[in-house]
Design a protein around this ligand. Structure first.
Ligand SMILES: Cc1cc2nc3c(=O)[nH]c(=O)nc-3n(C[C@H](O)[C@H](O)[C@H](O)COP(=O)(O)OP(=O)(O)OC[C@H]3O[C@@H](n4cnc5c(N)ncnc54)[C@H](O)[C@@H]3O)c2cc1C
Length: 612
């Protein structure tokens, strides 16, 4: 057996050839074409919030300490840490009708986190809460985020169902001026962007899709009015309905089992199979909480992070597919005296073993050999976001589930439903489980509004050739602006996003505390900007540590991870601190040392008398 459990007849050339052939079936013109749901008027209803009724209100005029755009994990944590730093007037603004961000919008049946809940749900110790399961449902996460917002009193001043339309730095007033799509006019001393990493729904541009006569929606706006049921409950209105599920990524995988249990028939349209590993979800053991010592959640997050970064630990506390497979593939064994070539070859072989394990799992769980063949993933493990599920593959054994293989995408959609290889599939309902624009979508696009800094320069202009920042969180020319750290903007990447959000929020809370102290000493308001030298130095660090993996990534099946088959388009400026996944611990040490030093190194600070 090979590492990872693969068979001994491993032939690297044959494997590479097979992977290339599978990639080429999918690398077709137009593959990455999408309808821009931010602007698309034909599909404007796809943006509507199906969960909270819209209520009219008068436009708000207000001057506050901090405006935070986004009420997801990042925005709520930033608000919480700012409260701890003594900030009183905070307004969260979100297009959503409530707190939760990702977990507000994504309420599709079966939605769960993929990273263990004990490290993914933030502030568990502070709220004295233990998730009910090893992987929590979306609803539990949403309610927990609401509880965090309540604990820090962030709800009453929040503006929901409100889109920020523009933000501009007002030099004279030493404030940001924020306008919204509801006519609000707000000013604030500090502006925080917590706009999300997967917040822009991706809708593939398929010929004729606007002609479809049935019900259709994106999975991030699940229409329970049509399907019946509610999150976590059976879909009661689908018994006589044929459903087309487009997409077999993380979302499609989670929502197929409940759909299969409820609908008359489900056609699953698959472009690329995911590698679906064991999830082994289970109830939290009754004595889990009793065994926890103070500081346990940060320690557990650090343990997970360490394993993912290939560091040695006494015990892998999470012990799941991420730590077994993802971490192993990222950090193949490196023995003394090994040449680079041997190391790379060992990594490839390890990868093959792990992918064989996934392919064998399909064979074991899916009875129809034809379906099983189509569901087997043929690419290297990191080419596509790994998935984990205990019921997805078995759903294909249900007589009411049909897998439709369409590696090159659908031909078109008619008023009756999708057409693939000349065959029309009549459906009553089409669910677009087609995911989100990549994390690497530039911040200014994810933010959905112009951010205008000094001299009328927008962030989009400034970052048109790539990010320029200090710590991936502040940028010269945009005074008193903080951006929550995220991939693609000179911070670090973590598999557990919450851990990065916790750190970013602590930094912002701490930095505002320091800056306000300086303001109070000088009897005015603090205006900070990043110095040219600090920005240059940080950006250069990012560029210098960029690992050009486009050679390996080009051999991948196209996915959002390799920019749909164009990894060469990755810009070193948009890389991470540290190599590979990024040096999370080094990044954290830098931020903590910066806060401890208290001198705000790298910032130009002016204390201005507060204009009336
Ligand atoms: C189904 C699903 C499962 C996931 N599971 C995991 C997981 O297991 N582990 C993990 O680490 N990550 C996971 N993720 C990624 C997830 O997005 C992040 O973990 C995290 O929730 C992001 O939080 P956020 O606050 O940064 O952004 P979001 O939760 O996306 O919140 C951003 C908010 O900003 C609002 N917004 C943006 N622009 C504007 C504007 N101009 N005006 C007003 N409001 C605006 C949006 O409406 C949104 O509500 C998952 C994502 C999805 C979709």
């Amino acid at each position: 057996m090979q590492p990872g459990g693969g068979p001994t007849d491993y032939d690297p050339d044959a494997v590479r050839a097979r992977y290339r052939a599978e990639r080429d079936r999918r690398l077709v013109p137009g593959r990455a074409d999408i309808r821009d749901l931010r602007r698309d008027e034909q599909f404007a209803r796809f943006r509507d919030d199906p969960f909270t009724p819209f209520s009219e209100r008068e436009p708000v005029r207000d001057d506050v300490d901090v405006v935070i755009v986004g009420g997801g994990i990042a925005g709520v944590l930033a608000g919480a840490e700012l409260r701890k730093a003594g900030v009183e007037r905070i307004r969260i603004i979100d297009q959503a009708g409530g707190i939760g961000g990702t977990w507000y919008w994504n309420r599709y049946p079966g939605v769960m986190c993929d990273v263990e809940s004990y490290v993914y749900l933030p502030m568990l110790e502070e709220l004295d809460y233990v998730p009910k399961h090893r992987y929590a449902s979306g609803e539990e996460i949403r309610l927990h985020l609401q509880a965090v917002a309540d604990r820090f009193d962030l709800g009453p001043d929040a503006l929901f169902h409100t889109g920020v339309a523009g933000a501009a730095w007002d030099e004279r007033g030493a404030r940001w001026r924020i306008s919204t799509d509801r006519g609000d006019d707000l000013t604030c001393r500090y502006y925080v962007l917590a706009v999300g990493i997967l917040n822009l729904m991706k809708l593939p541009a398929i010929a004729g899709m606007e002609d479809f006569g049935g019900c259709s929606f994106h999975s991030a706006r699940w229409d329970y009015g049509y399907t019946g049921g509610a999150p976590g409950r059976p879909l009661t209105a689908l018994g006589d309905k044929v459903v087309g599920l487009i997409g077999t990524g993380a979302t499609g995988i989670q929502c197929l089992p409940p759909l299969a249990a409820a609908a008359k028939h489900v056609y699953v349209f698959q472009r690329t199979p995911s590698a679906v590993g064991v999830r082994a979800n289970r109830d939290t053991e009754p004595d889990f909480a009793r065994r926890l010592a103070p500081g346990w959640q940060q320690a557990r997050m650090d343990n997970f992070q360490a394993v993912m970064l290939g560091k040695s630990v006494d015990e892998d506390l999470t012990d799941d597919g991420w730590t077994h497979h993802y971490a192993a593939v990222h950090h193949p064994p490196r023995h003394e005296g090994m040449t680079l070539e041997e190391y790379l070859r060992g990594g490839e072989e390890l990868d093959y073993g792990i992918m064989e394990e996934h392919r064998r799992r399909v064979e074991e769980l899916v009875r129809d050999p034809e379906a099983a063949a189509v569901l087997k993933p043929y690419y290297r493990y990191l080419c596509k976001r790994p998935c984990f599920h205990d019921e997805y593959l078995q759903a294909f054994n249900n007589p009411n589930v049909t897998l439709v293989d369409c590696p090159a995408g659908m031909e078109r959609v008619t008023d009756h439903g999708p057409v693939v290889d000349g065959r029309q599939y009549d459906v009553d309902c089409l669910v677009y489980g087609t995911g989100f624009e990549a994390e690497l979508t530039p911040l200014f696009r994810r933010a959905g509004h112009d951010i205008v800094g000094r001299g009328g320069v927008t962030l989009a202009d400034k970052w048109s050739d790539g990010a320029a920042s200090l710590f991936g969180m502040m940028s010269r020319g945009f005074p008193n602006l903080f951006v929550m750290p995220a991939p693609g903007q000179q911070a670090v990447v973590t598999v557990n996003y919450t851990q990065l959000a916790v750190l970013g929020a602590q930094y912002i809370g701490g930095a505002v505390g320091l800056l306000d102290e300086k303001g109070a000493q000088g009897n005015g308001v603090t205006v900070f900007d990043v110095s040219a030298a600090a920005e240059q130095e940080w950006s250069q660090k990012i560029i210098d540590s960029f690992v050009d993996a486009s050679g390996v990534m080009a051999a991948c099946t196209p996915s959002r991870i390799n920019l749909e088959g164009h990894p060469e388009a990755m810009n070193p400026r948009n890389g991470n601190y540290g190599r590979g996944l990024g040096d999370y611990f080094g990044y954290r040490r830098l931020l903590e040392e910066w806060l401890d030093a208290g001198d705000c190194e790298g910032l130009e600070i002016v204390v201005r008398s507060d204009p009336p």
